[in-house]
Structures are given as structure tokens and as C-alpha cells.
Write a new protein. Structure first.
Lengths: 264, 264, 264, 264
């Protein structure tokens, strides 16, 4: 007896691509489709490229649109294999999960056709599908560990961010007080000085604005030194947290392997 | 029997916001007040914004000023719940603690009214209240660990800073010797060359000054490579210190939980 | 009885330079030749230098070319000492190994003489020989550990790169939407905005393009803050992985020393 | 019986400043002298400052010169307390130690008077005395640990530097091939392209030169991403090495305290 369609589709669309050999190929094929359609959506915004071959972009758009419509329908059917999403009501519950909404958004411009104006902009929504990569088989273990890392030390990371914000505001305020007379356009208010401050504290240093007074330059030097501390803190926190998450991940896996009956 | 006013206020103004449900809400409400009043104080310096709605800024200023005056008075009364700050003399001792001074500074412009000139500048002192966030409940554990981190490895961090200063002075001196003839304005003295040096050693790189001679560019390359070492050292030190502080924090907490009688 | 030529040459050309005192000197001599010939190949591209002494560059080129031809022939003979590369067929198998091809490419311009046009360009292929340094005796242990480090945490590093790419595309897309009207040349398409985005996310910050609108500057600030996270993540991963690789390297060496019979 | 002069001076000039209370004060006083005289030597190069008070700079110079001459003579005498440097011959051996040469260089301009031309330049040699701070009591433990850190992982750090050099040369070579036609001044030779390459690989990004072709910008993006790896590697290595050096330092100190007889 063949399993129902929902189960067969579910096996083929398994996000880890491990259910079967065909699932692996479909998984890889869809990944390629997402990347290629994203590249085209990006290049389409560049007139020098898109006007060179307007027909190509139109047809590429239609073909990938069709693929994604078919994929969306298949995922909607496959969702029924999960007891939570069985039946019509279940499918609707599935359709409002974040991943399903991302998938829906990607095919909206094609479905709505000429109803939606500025289709180029709408087509860019397709880039959200790149988020799907975090669930790819190749990265699923690494993504779990990285998420464990971030979650474990979230308060310390947020505190680093808070300290960075306070330093940002104080350095911008001081620079506004020191430099606003000499350069009223660049440092004439605290919000304006914050543009310099954020470029300095992240060591980006665009160089469009910088202090010209001696005192302002001393403050810029102190701010730039503080930047190193503000960058070093989250790096140190992440290094520690990553080592910890990695150890815990292996311990949990070992514990699971030792007591297989605990999983049933 | 109701507890005295000082004790009831103290429970409501508990900085960790854990004493009661009301304390949590007051804590959050004051945090929002500090953030919003800071945002207004910052935006007030930008003429394009403040002149669009001068009345709004005046009223926002008065409302937050009133809230902070009430809060200051309440904290002064609540301080009496602590035996160290009981009585009038105790309240005065409390009033000169750093946190109480920060709170006082924040309401000065309102209290002194027209006596203080340049009120915009004085109002910026309110930004110091942002320092209070370090004692918020959500961050108190993270702040303890980060402070332990900094304190444990302070000599090494200071030595890194000293080495950075020496490298700064030497690279500025060498660049002054190499480049002062070619660019007398930018590199005509060591203090001037230090402006280039600090921008390079922190990898900010504004790009307003840079060497143009071949030898100067080689020195800039070496300086930029040294910059990576100067950034890597404190990062490595902080990573190690953070792992250590985290371990010690958990050990101390475990030790305290194991021997609860040791706390009494 | 003297060992055959292949074995004697093999001992002299040992990449670790530990087979004998002569091998150490030959090893060092060849390293110097590679460095010096690379420096000359680099300087040769600068007209101000190469036209000052055209004869010098020609003769240096010929001398190093001759040395490398002799070395290549010697390595081809020496390869026979390894049973895998014995005989004529074995030598051909050796000649298509990556390292042998790099060595061959380095002597091509000399062997082909006037047949190959644009010899300066071809001579730059010699720079590939710098890759040989990774097998130098001084670095062989460090290179093993660094490779173990990279291999052990490759999925996490690749995931960091993927996240960086997604952040790159999203920040470029948002900046294109925000800033394309104000600056059509710099932000008129997503590929153009990506140039700004990559300079910001890596904190290079050339400063040739930067947002001018208020919203664009807020996005630039958020992007620059994200940059710190994107830099901190691989640093933390590498720190952990390096500690792990170092520990494992020492464990393996200890295990090997404890059971020497296991090596035979 | 009073100890001989050499021993008494040696106790007073103890670099850690722990021999006696007076030694601590002399140590601190000399540190202040070095810092202040360095600040004056630096400011002296800025005409706007030195011409405002030429007499001040002359007298400051003479006073510190006299202090350093006295200190140098005292250290020469004190050196005799160490059996290695006893007697006239021993003092001469001391005089050629690196630290004694640094001290001598600092007083040369004063001793030689008008014999040495360009005294401002010679006076800058005094900045070398800043190196003495690494032996200050406050930092001696931290300096030991940092030196252990660097020494333990020197091969890996040097290999990182080598990899960085190879990446530098390859990115400069590729950018020269791609961009030299479009921008012959900035990218017309590999040495010129290396100026861009070093600014990008260290994420300094002055922004004086940057690629303008599409292919050049792609290469710049890849180079900037490589930069993150080149910065992350030494940071990770230093973090690991620092943790290790710290642990070993504590173990050695514990071992020494456990077996005090081993020190005699």
C-alpha cells in the first residue's frame, strides 16, 4: 500500500534532505533555484545589466516564479503529514508559520501579476527565502551550536551593546560640545555627531567627517581606543560561549547515544 | 502594622525591581523615562527637529523634570530604610553618593530654572542617568561578571594599553621624521603625526592624512600590521578573563547554595 | 655502497630540511631564492624601479631561472626515491602533483623563452612558489595545527560566512531602497549598494560612498554594529578551535610516543 | 657597619621599587620624569607650542637632562652590587647592556652639548626610555605572562604573519592585473597595489585608493573578507596562548611556594 501523497511529498521536501536520495537532490535543486533567482533579482536592479537583456530577466522571473509556486503548493500538501497541520484548518495554521509566509511572499509578485505595482521592489521580497538556508542539512548542526552560543550569553552580549550605546552617546555629546563651533554642519547637534561617533566606535572610519580641533582629535583618539574595548568584549564573550556550547552539544549527544531508550 | 514610609518606598524603588510586582513596573517605567528623556535631550540639540515643535520639547522637558524630582525625593526618603543612611545626617551622606549625585544633576536645570544659563547644555547632564542602567535587574548578573572580568585581568589590560601608547609614540615619531618634509601640515610635528598614528593603530583610518612617500607607506603598513596585534591582545585577554570570571561566578553561587548557613 | 642518486637528492631536498646539515642549508638557500626572486618579480612591475636598471632585472631573472630549472630537474630525479613515483611513469605522476606544477609554472617563462608573450605577466606566476613556505621546517608543526583548527570547525566558519553574505545582501537591499533616490550613482542598484555594504561590514570603510539621508545613516550604524558581530563570531570560533586543535595535537603526539611500536 | 654605596644605591634604584619605601618613591619619581620629559620632547617638535615658550622648553630640557645624568651615574655605581658587574671592567660590561645603552642615549644630547647638530632629533632618542616601563613593579607580573604568551605560540603567530604576507602579495598582484589600466597611478605596479592591499587587509581603509572596475570591486570584497580571517587567526591564537600562559604562571608559582627549599 502506497503512503498518502502528503507523506510522500513530505519525505521529498525534508529540509535536511536526508529522508532519501531524491530528497537530497530536490533539496540541492531548490537551494540552487533560491540562489540563482536571488542573483537575478539583485542584478535586475542594475539598469546597465537588466536593460542589456530585458527578455532574459522576464523569462528567468517567470520560470523561477513557476517553480516556487509548484514548491509552495507541494509544501502545503506535504504539511498534512504532520498531525499538527492535518486537514484544511491545519494547512491554514501551517500557512501562517514564519517559513510558510516567507515562501508565500516569494511568489506573490507572480500570483498577483499586474495588480501589484513596482514589481521590482516586490520581487526583492524573494531575498527573504535566503533565510531558508539556515535549515539546510549541511549547516543544521552548526546553526544549532551557534544559536546555543548566542542564547547562553545573551545578557552579557546585550550589556555589551548597552555599554556601546552609552559610550556612543557620551562621545557624540562631548564631540558636539567641543567641535560644533568649528564644524557646525558635521557636529552641530548630537544626532549629527553620532554619525561620526558610530563610524569611529565600529572602526569603520568613512572619513567624511572628523574633528579638526586639537581637543576634538584627543577625544577622537580616546573614542577609537574605547572602540577596541567595545569590539574585544563581545568577541571574548562569543569565544567563551562558543567553547561552552560546543562542549554541551557533544555532552548532550553522548548522553543521548548512551541512553537510546530515553528517546523513544 | 504598616512598615514605615521609608521601607515601603525602598521596596518600590529597588534597583533590581524584584522586591514586588509594583517595584518591577516602577523600575521599568523609570527606565523608559530615562531613555525617552535622553532621546529628547539629544534631539533637542538638532535645530531642524527642535524648531519644528518647540512647545513639545518644552513640555516634555517639564514633565520628565517633574517625574525625576518626585523620584529624587522618594529615593531620599527611601534611603532611610538602610541603617547607614537613617536620619537627616544619613540622608545627607546618601545625597553625596555617586548615584545620588547623578540623580541630582539630572534635575538641576529644572530646580534652578532661569538661574542657570545655557539650559540645553545643562540638560545634557541628564544623559548621565543612563549610567543607572548598569544596575537594572536584567543586567545585574551580567554586569557583575563583566566587572569581575575586567578586574581580574586589569594589569594585563593596562599593560596592553601601555604597549599601545609606546607603539603610538614610536610610529608617530618615525612618521614625523620620514614624512614631515613632504607633508608639513599633516606630519610637521609628532603631535600632528599622532593623529595619523591613532587612526591607523585603531584601524579607523579616516583617510584625511596618510603618507605619500614610499618609506612612509612601508611604515604605515608595518603600523597597520602592529594594529592587529594591539587589537588581538586585549581581545585574547578578555576572552580568557571572561571564561574565568564565568566559571568563578558559578562556583561561588554553587558554594553559597551548598552552605546557606554561611550567609547569615 | 653509495645509495642511488635519487635517494641522495631526496635527502638533500627534504622539505623539512632535517635530513642532514646540507639539506638544511639547501632548504634555506632555496627559501632565500624564492623570496628574492619574488621581490624582483614584484619590483619589476614598477617602471620607476625596473627602468632604472633594466640589465639588473634581466640578469637576476636569468640566474634565478637557471637555479629553479636545476632545482626542478633535481626534484624530478629525487621523486624516484619515493616508491609511488619510481620509474618514468612515476616521475610523470609526480610532475602533475600540485606542488610540482607550481614548480613547473615558475620556470615556464625561462623554458619557453620568446614563445610566450608578455613575459612580465608570466613571471608573476613565480609568486605561486611562495606557497611552498607552508612546508618549511620552521612552520610545519604550526601549519598542521592551523589546518586542524580550520578543518575541525569548518561548518561553523562557513555558516558565519553564509550569515555574513545574507546580512550583506539585506543591508545592500535596504540601503538601495533608502538611498537610491538621493545618490543614484552610488546606491542606484543593489550591486552598487553592495560595494558600500562590504566596505562597512568588514569595517574597511574606504569612505568613497556613504549614506547622506538620516534613515540611511541609521541603517549604516546598524550595519556597522552588525559588522562587529560578524567579525567576533569567526574570531571566537577560531579561538575555541585553535585551543582544541592544540590539545589534540599534543595528545596524539603523546599517544605516539607512548606506543612507539604502533608506528613501525 | 653600613653596606657599601653600590649596595645602598642598588636598593634605591630597584626596578620593581619593592626593596624599600624610598625605592618605591624614587621609582615613581623617575617614571614621572620619563613621562614628563617625553611629553616635552614630543611637544617640542610642534612649532606652535615650542615657539610660544622657547625658554620653558630649554630649561625643562636642562633640568631633566641633569636628573637623567645623575640617575645614569647612580645606576653605574649601583651595578657593582651585582657580582657580574663588579669593578671597573664589570661597570663597562654593564654599560653595554641594552637597558644601560638606552639610558646613555637619553643623556647624550646634554653631554655632547653643541657638538651634536639637530639636537631636537637627538632629544627624541629619549623616547626610548619609555621602554623601561615594561620593568615597572606594577606591570612586571603582567609583562612576564604576556611574554610567555608570545613565546609559547610564536611559530603559529609567525605563520599567520606569513599567510598574511602571501595573501597581501596575491591580492596586490591580482588587483594590479585587473585595475592597472583603469587607474595607472594607484595600481600601475604591484608595489603600488600593495598600498591598497595593506590598507584593506588590515581594515584600515584610508580610502585614498580603491578599485573602480566591477571585477576590482569583487576582488576588494573578497580581500576584505579575507582580512577578517587574517585578524581572527592571531586573536584566536593569542586568546588560547594567554589562557595557557596564565595557567602555567599560576602552576609555577604554586610549585615554588610548595617547595621553598628548591629556590635556595
Amino acid at each position: 500500500m502506497r503512503p498518502p501523497l502528503a507523506h510522500r511529498l513530505n519525505r521529498l521536501l525534508d529540509p535536511l534532505g536526508r529522508a532519501s536520495r531524491a530528497a537530497g537532490w530536490i533539496n540541492r535543486g531548490l537551494a540552487v533555484c533560491i540562489v540563482v533567482s536571488s542573483v537575478f533579482a539583485i542584478l535586475d536592479t542594475e539598469p546597465a545589466v537588466s536593460q542589456a537583456a530585458p527578455g532574459l530577466f522576464l523569462w528567468v522571473e517567470r520560470i523561477f516564479g513557476a517553480i516556487f509556486v509548484v514548491e509552495y503548493a507541494a509544501r502545503l500538501i506535504a504539511a498534512g503529514a504532520d498531525p499538527r497541520y492535518a486537514g484544511i484548518a491545519g494547512r491554514l495554521r501551517y500557512a501562517v508559520t514564519p517559513m510558510a509566509l516567507v515562501d508565500l511572499v516569494a511568489i506573490l509578485p507572480l500570483l498577483l501579476g499586474e495588480l501589484v505595482g513596482n514589481t521590482q521592489l516586490v520581487r526583492l521580497l524573494r531575498l527573504f527565502r535566503l533565510l531558508r538556508f539556515s535549515r539546510l542539512g549541511a549547516f543544521s548542526r552548526a546553526a544549532t551550536i551557534l544559536l546555543m552560543t548566542l542564547r547562553a550569553r545573551l545578557p552579557e552580549l546585550l550589556l555589551s551593546l548597552l555599554v556601546a550605546f552609552v559610550v556612543l552617546i557620551f562621545s557624540a555629546t562631548l564631540m558636539f560640545l567641543i567641535e560644533s563651533e568649528a564644524q557646525p554642519v558635521a557636529f552641530g547637534s548630537i544626532p549629527r555627531a553620532m554619525w561620526w561617533s558610530i563610524a569611529t566606535l565600529t572602526t569603520v572610519g568613512y572619513g567624511d567627517v572628523y574633528p579638526v580641533t586639537a581637543l576634538g582629535r584627543v577625544l577622537a583618539g580616546v573614542t577609537a581606543l574605547a572602540a577596541i574595548g567595545l569590539i574585544a568584549a563581545p568577541t571574548g564573550i562569543l569565544a567563551t560561549a562558543f567553547a561552552e556550547a560546543l562542549r554541551r552539544y557533544h555532552e548532550e549527544r553522548t548522553a543521548t547515544l548512551d541512553e537510546p531508550e530515553a528517546r523513544s
